[in-house]
Design a protein around this ligand. Structure first.
Ligand code: GLC
Length: 543
């Protein structure tokens, strides 16, 4: 168990750079801002940071439309700032994971400018061009864009359609072209040589599309994109040899890592795409799979956990994600008002399940989505679908560091207005205030991260549920050959007795509890839990 491997045993903290810390007061977070806050992250106890894109971008999709993959957008800093950030992170034992957006580029990328210039441009085939069809709608086939409308846009200059699975400003590259493949893998090599420890691959399983551009079959759904089965616009067999090649590149360096953002994620797909010659891991989003409203009860959670436990054995390692830059924040989804009791339950789940926890910036202080008026919405799908879908800006608001103006977002004397409003709760909810409060979510998170580090069973142990039909509580063991840890989470605002099968062992030691009691009430078949209690024990008589 002392074979601690950072991406498997550690915790990866996602930073949305424009919202984390602003070093120069222009209202936009930047790389030097992150460097200045590394001590905070080291003290939190995380093992790696994943940086959402900081490359040059016209911001059609806030960085996920890249116009140069091997540079830093001047608003976020310089390549030297990146070097400093990587060196300072490494000095603190923190790895650096970059977000690579290789399915598409910005339409302002020099490759696309060339590609669209003429049909015989040498870069024409670097993107996916098709002639109009004879169907009345004109597009080459029925594919839809994830952000609304058809996936094809007509280009007047050359009289053909180009493909974009997201915005029209994000044309998809043609991975079947060997020059594209080389250029994209060179991006990987560039950042590896520059000190990146790993990559998060944006919508990787959409890289290849059906060579014959067949129509997707219909299915029931609300928006055009959801009314199709995505058989032909993603998950093509060509992906596997590409992942093999990528893995060989990564394995030339020690302990490098790649995690894929799976498009239409399922645990089964993750199994297919990860393994010793493929990605190290991929997201299956087991706890936030169906849009913005999720059942949040122990029975549903246990079902999700058991589904993945049955699949992720041997060489496959799961990831646990509750929040990211695309979905409503954990605390907004699962709690009411400013109470953090349920946010602690969510955090405990994230940090005690088997799998790599991904912690989204601000999740550790229970940041909520910032409420925005229609005129404040920046995110394109939010603008398009308001009020049915209000976009993803809510979960991207500036990090709340303290109660000074704009929550201490700017580290300089000049205090530019942040690019998105700060949540008004920042006067109470901020890092400085939670530092002082021993019962804060922040201190709770720190303690649990430390406990996870100390307990091999919490990192690597098998998952054994003790509540088979949970109503109010989840009780489970995490166990290795040498250690057994029991985790009990009471989701209810009342004292409960959770019945456990098999009966609980007799000899145990309290590791952690939010109830304030020195001893939890364990008696054979039951464990008594205070309202919203998180209780963690080490069982001495193990197996
Ligand atoms: C991924 C990103 C999302 C982005 C999209 C297009 O889903 O997480 O933020 O909008 O890809 O690049």
């Amino acid at each position: 168990m002392d074979d601690y491997l950072w991406w498997r045993d550690g915790i990866i903290y996602q930073i949305y750079p424009r919202s984390f810390a602003d070093s120069n007061g222009d209202g936009l977070g930047d790389l030097p801002g992150i460097t200045a806050r590394l001590d905070y992250l080291a003290e939190l106890g995380i093992d790696a940071i994943w940086l959402s894109p900081f490359y040059p971008t016209p911001d059609a999709d806030f960085g996920y439309d890249v116009s140069d993959h091997t540079a830093v957008d001047p608003r976020f800093g310089t390549l030297e700032d990146f070097d400093r950030l990587a060196a300072e992170s490494h000095r603190r034992g923190i790895r650096v994971v970059l977000d690579l957006v290789l399915n598409h580029t910005s339409d302002r990328h020099p490759w696309f400018r060339e590609s669209r210039a003429s049909r015989d441009n040498p870069k024409r085939d670097w993107y996916i061009w098709q002639p109009p069809s004879r169907s009345p709608r004109g597009g080459p086939n029925n594919w839809q864009a994830a952000f609304g409308g058809p996936a094809w846009d007509y280009d007047e200059t050359t009289g053909q359609y180009y493909l974009h699975m997201f915005l029209a400003e994000q044309p998809d590259v043609n991975w079947r072209n060997p020059e594209v493949r080389k250029a994209q893998l060179d991006v990987v090599r560039f950042w590896l040589a520059r000190g990146a420890d790993g990559f998060r691959l944006d919508v990787f399983n959409a890289y290849f599309k059906d060579a014959q551009f067949r129509n997707n079959p219909p299915k029931f759904g609300l928006r055009g994109f959801d009314r199709q089965r995505h058989l032909y616009d993603c998950d093509q067999p060509e992906m596997i040899p590409l992942l093999n090649e990528l893995r060989t590149i990564l394995d030339a360096y020690p302990e490098r890592y790649a995690v894929g953002e799976t498009f239409f994620a399922t645990p089964e797909k993750v199994l297919h795409y990860s393994g010793p010659d493929r990605l190290h891991a991929a997201f299956s989003f087991d706890f936030n799979s169906s849009g913005l409203r999720y059942p949040w009860n122990p029975a549903w959670l246990l079902k999700q956990i058991q589904r993945r436990e049955a699949l992720f054995t041997g060489e496959h390692w799961p990831t646990t994600v509750l929040s990211n830059h695309d979905i409503s924040r954990t605390a907004t989804r699962y709690t009411h008002g400013e109470q953090d009791a349920l946010a602690k339950i969510a955090m405990a789940l994230l940090l005690t399940l088997r799998g790599t926890p991904f912690l989204y910036y601000g999740e550790e202080i229970g940041m909520r989505d910032v409420p925005l008026r229609r005129g404040e919405i920046m995110d394109p799908p939010g603008k398009r679908y308001w009020p049915i879908f209000k976009g993803r800006d809510g979960c991207r608001s500036p990090m709340q560091w303290d109660d000074t103006p704009f929550a201490g977002f700017s580290l300089s004397k000049v205090q530019g207005r942040p690019w998105l409003p700060v949540h008004p709760n920042y006067h109470q909810r901020n890092v400085a205030a939670q530092n002082e409060d021993p019962d804060s979510l922040l201190n709770f998170t720190r303690k649990l991260i430390a406990l996870r580090k100390e307990c091999p069973a919490l990192r690597r142990g098998e998952f054994v549920p003790l509540t088979t039909r949970p109503r109010d509580a989840l009780v489970y063991l995490r166990r290795t050959d040498d250690q057994t840890v029991l985790v009990a989470l009471n989701f209810a605002n009342k004292t409960i007795r959770a019945a456990c099968t098999p009966p609980l062992p007799e000899d145990w030691q309290l590791l952690f509890s939010t109830s304030g009691a020195d001893l939890p009430h364990v008696n054979g078949k039951n464990i008594e839990l205070a309202p919203y209690e998180v209780c963690i024990l080490e069982v001495k008589t193990g197996r």
